[in-house]
Design a protein around this ligand. Structure first.
Ligand SMILES: [Cu+2]
Length: 285
């Protein structure tokens, strides 16, 4: 429990810059920890403003405290592997989720086509091979895409969303509260009225990516096939694991760091196509 708290604290410090001596600073001989002791994004591109609808190469490396680029990332069958690259527009109107390939030199590079103008938060979710560092941590960037930005209002919470003819009906089971595990039930129906056959994609049956309105805080949970490993998401002392109870019925884990209005982007593969399905959910503080 205490250890998990430390891990969470560690991720917060990694995401920011470590300037203070985490609790040990009362010792007068404690060395000053400079910014170079943190994990950072290195050589991030694009350095020019991208245009919506045209591919832009996004590339970067993960600089380690010793100054070298990280080259070894977690591997395996589950979803918690490699580097997840996520772009979300500031109004939560658009989401892009990619897993860029890692070069032998630790450089990651992938073409991205932004759908519309505006400011996007870039989340780089890193799963190091050396899990003693910590299971994962996030680094952030911002990209502004050229053109006139017209923000979209978020739809009302819950409800039914239809994407490519597939109907996703969501109901909130119980109360959703910050830093507590909760669940949403999402029933997926195919255009013919039958339960949708959901296929594994990137190590999970469904990926649930959460962003908080305004602050753009981030969390990510998964729904895995029965018996799949490495599907649990941890936040502080809580953890959550989603499951498919019957074909087409997903129990999606919700575990977020703060109350507020959140946008859930559910992603799953059906019939060889990845569908991104957005919902609005209220979370109590
Ligand atoms: Cu995922």
């Amino acid at each position: 429990m205490h250890r998990r708290t430390l891990l969470l604290l560690g991720s917060v410090l990694l995401a920011a810059t470590v300037l203070t001596g985490c609790g040990g600073s009362s010792s007068p001989s404690f060395p000053t920890i400079g910014a170079a002791k943190t994990y950072e994004v290195a050589d991030f591109t694009p350095t020019v403003i991208p245009t919506a609808g045209k591919p832009t190469t996004v590339s970067f490396g993960i600089q380690q405290p010793d100054g070298t680029l990280m080259t070894k990332f977690k591997k395996g069958p589950g979803p918690h592997t490699g580097v997840h690259l996520i772009f979300v527009r500031s109004d939560l109107g658009y989401l892009i989720h990619l897993h860029p390939p890692v070069g032998a030199d630790g450089k990651l590079s992938i073409p991205v086509t932004f759908p519309a103008p505006g400011k996007y938060r870039v989340v780089i979710d890193v799963y190091p091979a050396d899990a003693t560092i910590q299971p994962n941590f996030q680094l952030f960037r911002t990209i502004t895409v050229r053109g006139a930005y017209s923000p979209m209002a978020l739809p009302a919470p819950g409800g039914t969303v239809t994407v490519s003819g597939y109907r996703f009906a969501m109901s909130i089971t119980g109360n959703l509260k910050a830093i507590q595990a909760g669940y949403l039930k999402i029933t997926v129906t195919a255009p013919d009225g039958k339960p949708a056959a959901i296929q594994p994609w990137l190590g999970a049956l469904a990926h649930a990516i959460f962003f908080r309105k305004g602050s753009l805080d981030y969390f990510h949970t998964h729904v895995c096939a029965p018996g799949a490993q490495g599907c649990t998401s941890i936040l502080g002392g809580a953890n959550v694991t989603g499951k498919q109870t019957t074909p087409g019925v997903l129990d999606v884990g919700v575990l977020v760091p703060a109350g507020g209005t959140w946008r859930l982007f559910l992603q799953c593969q059906i019939n060889g196509r990845v569908l991104t399905v957005p919902f609005t959910i209220p979370v109590a503080s």
